[in-house]
Design a protein around this ligand. Structure first.
Ligand code: GDP
Ligand code: MG
Length: 443
C-alpha cells in the first residue's frame, strides 16, 4: 500500500539522514522532491504546496538546523503535518439518538459499497451492536444476491424485497424491519453508476430523505487516484457526506488519494478497507496512515492485528519473549501459523517500521505457502530440546532433522539462520535503541 509514494519519500529522507548538519539548501532540495513525490502520487497541487510550505517553515527553524539529527526532525515534522491533513475530524461512526441509526452507503460502481456494507456490519456486530443490512441496490438482481451471501457469511440479517418496488420504499421498509427486530444499526446498500450522473444523484437524494441517515458514507476506490478525488467532491456537494471509506488500500494504491480527498472535501476518513474478505476493514487512524505513507511502518496496526489473531495472553507472552529474547523455534513455528492467519508475510512486513524500505531484501519476504510447509516439517522433526535451544543443533543433529523432514542439511541450516535473524530483529525491535538502529538500517 502506498508503495510508490513511500519509496520516493524514503529516498528523500535517506539522503537527508546521511548529511549530518543541514543547510537551507538541503532542506529546499528535499522539499522539492517531497513535492514532486506528492504530485506524482496524485496529491492535489494546492495541498502539496501548502503542505510543503508548512514543513519548510518548521524545518528551517534554528532548533531543527542546529540539532544533531536534523534529517530525522524533518521526517518528524513531515509526519506531523501529514497527520494534520489526514485528520479530517470525527473518525468513528456516531449513533443517532434513536435506534436504529441508519448508515447510507454510496459510491460509484465497483468502489466497494456492498462489500464494505458487510464489513461494517461485521465490525459493528463485533462491537456488540445489532446491525441489519438493507439491499437497496435495485439496478442488478445480482447485487441483492451478493449482499445476501455476505450476510449469511457474517450472520447478519439482510432485508430485501427484490427489484420491482421503488428504492425509497425498500430502504424505508428495511429500516422499519431493523426497528422491529430491535437492531441498533441499519446499513443501506445503494446502487452506483460507472460515472456520476443526475439520475443517480436524484435517487440517492430521495433515499436519503426517506431514511434520514445519521451517517452517509462514501466508499472510494483508492486505486482510482484523482478520479476518486473528483467523485468525492461531487458526491459531497450534492448528497452531503459524513464520512469516507477508502477501499482497496491493499492494492497498488496511489497514496495521494487519501490526502487529497480529505483536504478537498473536508470530510473525515472513517475506515480503510484492505482486502476482499469481510474482516478486511480497519478503523482509520490519521497518525498511523501518515507513518505508513512515510515509510515508518505501522507498529500500532500490527499490534492490533496480532491481538486479533492471538488471544491477549498469547500476545502478552510473545511480547515478554521478545523482550527477554527467549523466543525459540516453537514460538517461531507458532509465529508462522499466526502470519498465515493474519494474511501473509508481505502484509505484516509492510507494517513493521523500517520494513517497507527493507522489503525485498528480507529473506522472509518470499516465504510462500510451500516454504512455510517445509519450515514446519523441519521444525516438527526436531526434538523439544532442539526447538527450545537451537544452538545445540550440530552436524549430526542437522543430518537427522533433514532426513526426518525430507529436506537437506542445507535447508535446515538456512532455516536456522533465518530464525537467528528473526530473533535478532525482534530483540532490536523490542528496545528503544533497537528501533533507532532499525531506522538507521533503513537510511
Ligand atoms: P460496489 O459495486 O460498490 O457495491 O462494489 P463491491 O462491493 O461489489 O466491490 C467490487 C469489487 O471490489 C468486488 O470484487 C470486491 O470483492 C472488491 N473489493 C471491495 N473492497 C475491496 C478491498 O478493500 N480490497 C480489494 N482488493 N478488493 C475489494
Ligand atoms: Mg454493490
Amino acid at each position: 500500500m502506498f508503495e510508490s509514494l513511500t519509496e520516493k519519500l524514503n529516498g528523500v529522507f535517506n539522503r537527508l539522514g546521511n548529511q549530518g548538519r543541514l543547510t537551507e539548501r538541503d532542506v529546499d532540495s528535499a522539499l522539492r522532491e517531497i513535492r514532486m513525490a506528492l504530485l506524482e502520487a496524485d496529491v492535489n497541487f494546492r495541498v502539496a504546496r501548502s503542505f510543503v510550505g508548512k514543513i519548510r517553515e518548521r524545518a528551517l527553524s534554528e532548533d531543527v538546523l542546529q540539532s544533531l539529527s536534523p534529517g530525522q526532525q524533518v521526517v518528524k515534522i513531515t509526519n506531523e503535518e501529514m497527520t494534520a491533513i489526514l485528520d479530517g475530524g470525527e473518525n468513528k461512526v456516531v449513533p443517532g439518538p434513536a435506534a436504529p441509526s441508519v448508515i447510507l452507503m454510496i459510491g460509484l460502481n465497483g468502489s466497494g459499497k456492498t462489500t464494505t456494507s458487510a464489513k461494517l456490519a461485521r465490525h459493528l456486530k463485533q462491537a456488540g451492536q445489532l446491525p441489519v443490512l438493507v439491499a437497496a441496490d435495485l439496478n442488478r438482481p445480482a447485487a441483492i444476491d451478493q449482499l445476501q451471501t455476505l450476510g449469511r457469511q457474517i450472520e447478519v440479517e439482510v432485508y430485501e424485497e427484490g427489484t420491482s418496488n421503488p428504492t425509497t420504499q425498500v430502504a424505508r421498509e428495511g429500516v422499519k424491519r431493523a426497528t422491529d427486530v430491535g437492531a441498533t444499526w441499519a446499513i443501506v446498500d445503494t446502487a452506483g453508476r460507472t460515472q456520476i450522473d443526475d439520475d443517480l444523484m436524484s435517487e440517492l437524494e430521495e433515499v436519503k430523505d426517506a431514511v434520514s441517515p445519521v451517517e452517509t458514507l462514501l466508499v472510494v476506490d483508492a486505486m482510482t487516484g484523482q478520479d476518486a478525488v473528483n467523485a468525492a467532491k461531487e458526491f459531497h456537494e450534492r448528497i452531503g457526506v459524513t464520512g469516507l471509506v477508502l477501499s482497496k488500500l491493499d492494492g497498488d494504491a496511489r497514496g495521494g488519494a487519501a490526502l487529497s480527498i480529505v483536504s478537498v472535501t473536508g470530510v473525515p476518513i472513517k475506515f480503510i478497507a484492505t482486502g476482499e474478505g469481510v474482516d478486511a476493514l480497519e478503523e482509520f487512524h490519521p497518525d498511523r496512515l501518515a507513518s505508513r505513507i512515510l515509510g515508518m511502518g505501522d507498529m500500532l496496526t500490527l499490534i492490533e492485528k496480532t491481538q486479533e489473531a492471538y488471544n491477549e495472553e498469547e500476545a502478552a507472552a510473545l511480547e515478554r519473549k521478545m523482550r527477554q529474547a527467549t523466543f525459540d523455534l516453537n514460538d517461531f513455528l507458532e509465529q508462522l501459523e499466526q502470519v498465515r492467519r493474519m494474511g501473509g508475510i508481505g502484509q505484516i512486513l509492510d507494517m513493521v517500521p523500517g520494513m517497507p524500505g527493507l522489503k525485498g531484501k528480507m529473506p522472509s519476504e518470499d516465504l510462500t505457502e510451500k516454504q512455510l510447509k517445509r519450515t514446519e516439517a523441519i521444525v516438527f522433526s526436531m526434538t523439544p530440546q532442539e526447538r527450545a535451544r537451537p544452538e545445540i543443533i550440530n552436524g549430526r543433529r542437522r543430518r537427522r532433522i533433514a532426513q526426518g523432514s525430507g529436506t537437506t542439511p542445507r535447508d535446515v541450516n538456512q532455516l536456522l539462520n533465518q530464525f537467528k535473524r528473526t530473533r535478532r530483529m525482534m530483540r532490536q525491535m523490542s528496545s528503544k535503541r533497537g528501533m533507532r538502529d532499525l531506522m538507521r538500517m533503513m537510511g
